[in-house]
Design a protein around this ligand. Structure first.
Ligand code: HEM
Length: 137
């Protein structure tokens, strides 16, 4: 059973201000990454705002994403992006590198990696090895 008095991941991270710093560092890194940069829009303002709202909500804070943008149907929202294992791994690497610039609690970093990693796996929609797959890009 979950303890209702337990701190949320958002609180342990340092609140919304820490998430904002993390997301900004993450998108700075994305814009410099040879694999990731070409996939994203040139102006990352909206991406930063959406990712911030999503993580605040996902890590136990107010439902900022749903209030502002509607349901976070993540796989559907990534349908226009070709995400293979390589893109997924580059995305996770930048995410974790920049998280560790914001927090020094290694146990928390590992916990976040274990939570977000499977979600990132789920975002893979490009399977070049599956030649028979009709519905993947
Ligand atoms: C846990 C995994 C992930 C989460 C939580 C996540 C979250 C998000 C969110 C909230 C958005 C904005 C969607 C919208 O409202 O339009 C977004 C967009 C996007 N994501 Fe992800 N994402 C994940 C994985 C990935 C991966 C692995 C890639 C691969 C490179 C990726 C690339 C993109 C791109 C290119 C966009 C469109 C640009 C934009 O509008 O921000 N994402 N993602």
């Amino acid at each position: 059973m979950t303890d209702p008095m337990a701190e949320t991941i958002l609180q342990r991270l340092g609140g919304e201000e820490a998430v904002r710093r993390w997301v900004n560092l993450f998108y700075d890194a994305v814009s410099q990454d040879a694999v990731l940069a070409p996939l994203f829009p040139e102006d990352l303002t909206d991406s930063r705002d959406k990712q911030f709202a999503f993580f605040v909500q996902y890590f136990g804070g107010p439902a900022l994403y749903s209030e502002r943008y509607g349901n976070p149907f993540l796989r559907y929202l990534h349908r226009h992006v070709k995400i293979g294992r390589r893109e997924r791994d580059a995305w996770m690497l930048r995410l974790m590198e920049t998280l560790r610039q914001v927090i020094s609690d290694e146990a928390l970093a590992t916990e976040i990696e274990r939570t977000v990693g499977p979600l990132a796996d789920h975002m893979i929609n490009h399977h070049p090895e599956r030649k028979d797959a009709l519905y993947f890009n």
